[in-house]
Ligand binder design. Sequence first.
Ligand code: NAD
Length: 497
Amino acid sequence: MTYQIPLSINGALMASQTEQWLEVHNPATQKVIARLPCATVTEITAAVQAASQAFIRWQATPVPERARLMLSYQALLKEQHEDIAYLLSQDTGKTFDDAKGDVWRGIEVVEQAANIAALSMGETQMNVASGVDCYSFSQPLGVCVGITPFNFPAMIPLWMFPLAIACGNTFVLKPSEQVPLVPMRLAELFYEAGAPNGLLQVIHGGQEVAEQLLAQPEVRAVSFVGSVAAGQQVYRAATQQLKRAQVFAGAKNHLVVLPDANKQQVINNLVGASVGAAGQRCMAISVAVLVGKAADWLPDLTEAMARVKPGVWNDANAGYGPLISPAAKKRVLGLIARGKQQGATCLLDGSQVEVADYPHGNWLGPTLFSDVTTDMTLYKEEIFGPVLLVMTVDSLAEAIALVNANPYGNGTAIFTASGAAARQYQQQVQVGQVGINVPIPVPLPFFSFTGWRNSFYGDLHAYGKQAVRFYTETKTVTARWFDDEACSDPNMTIDLK
Ligand code: NAD
């Protein structure tokens, strides 16, 4: 019988009573690897109640104890790194190296969460008035919620719950219905690491379950990562219900190439950043902007891209794995067809690619378009597949204007040998994460993940200091202590002006 995924509530695994089930597939084979329950309202309520109860004790737990839980968790995740990556490669189809990277980037956030004492310290000022001191604390919010996408099933849940919980909150995670196995394993390991019951719950389902979870009155804040359409709905629903929200949404990331850059480095980096992970990264490069003479490198870029082949997770020669689902593949194929119809030149078409022995996988070969214009659907929509669009401009100023006219602002990069050009780009580009000769500039967890414009809705971003501010409230105390002798002096006054 196919494995039926349980829910995780109050530190225990429980079988759902739902009548609505979804199937989870291995995207390289279409084999059903598990059945996923869409949690009932009673189960969603039970998960939030468990988190709410656990919060009473956890918020008062000493900071070093919270930090120690993160240290134990980090150690356990490191020990289990390859096993989690194996599971991840079955769920997502990612190559093993890529799957290990997904887990590792999450482990790094747990390391940061172990630093919670220093991260969450408040501010102090003596003598704000005569005899009066002022200081602030960071206090947790209560029950926080995470809704995560399919493309990083280890890293993205780990962006959220370790820092939220280290701050003293409790958490309910609703992972992507397409890749639930790794988030479940992360929760099991969290309890194995010694988490008290109720700190983290995992419930399953799709949009409806996410909406019901958000509507629970005890939920104070939501962290969401996913598509723009869903993200906008979540941001509106959360803020309308007067809840905090940080919403990380879609992207269209441009890499600008100046002709003084090193050609081979540009080509190697462009290929990896556009088709790696089958282009299913929110920081993938989907548009190359070749400035001036850099346009002459197009034939070499085409040749280098043509050498990359998709394949299964343990094929050492595979550049990347399959798309997540037949529906995702159909959507990307539709965009490729539309690009051709609308007049873009398809220099490399991966639509017909096959992988020996895996006839049912959602394969798509590297695909490259030139002569792309900004009014084409291919340019306007996020593709989320191994497809690179090439555009040409005459100057850096034109490149900057092009990037800034695009509604997304997640990541961008410039490749150049000129410090002045790089600095101009870094200053003027309206994108939240900029790489200089670095194609995918994902910040490490002591910084924050800072997408802008339609790639992010909210104020405070994921991980780093901003996440601590997102998951806490600041309490500011203004304090005056009376000296006994002074108190008995009827002439003593304290100037509070
Ligand atoms: P998705 O929007 O389909 O689903 C994401 C999550 O939201 C899932 O858990 C899903 O069940 C839930 N959901 C879907 N519709 C919802 C709704 N209306 N209300 C509440 N919840 C809803 O996204 P996906 O296909 O799983 O992931 C790919 C998308 O995620 C891409 O657009 C990609 O750019 C984006 N992404 C962004 C970042 C970032 O940091 N900006 C990182 C990773 C992925």
